[in-house]
Write a protein that binds this ligand. Sequence first.
Ligand SMILES: [Zn+2]
Length: 110
Amino acid sequence: MTPMALVRCKSCGTTLATGCMPTATCGLLLLPALLLAAILPLLLWSRLRWYALLLPVPVFFATVLAIHVIPYTIEYLCVLPRPCPTCRARRWSFPFHPGLRPLTSTPSPG
Ligand SMILES: [Zn+2]
């Protein structure tokens, strides 16, 4: 398993490990967002009372944007000008992680 997120060439299917984002599964990257969304209403209950119950959903999405979507988008923009080592095309997928499946080195068709 590689320590970085992966990008796949849309032309030939070559997979590269680039950038600095971890290859954690989606659940692990969402864990801090879930924890913050659960704890923040409890911490602000004395100030906001029942309005604190409105906080978890926007706090969750704001945290997911901050720790997942924005860093992966920056990583995607960094890999875009790089040519594929196999076919020299510059068509990369959005960074992803292989999840719990073993990473295969053979390129997938399409
Ligand atoms: Zn390629």
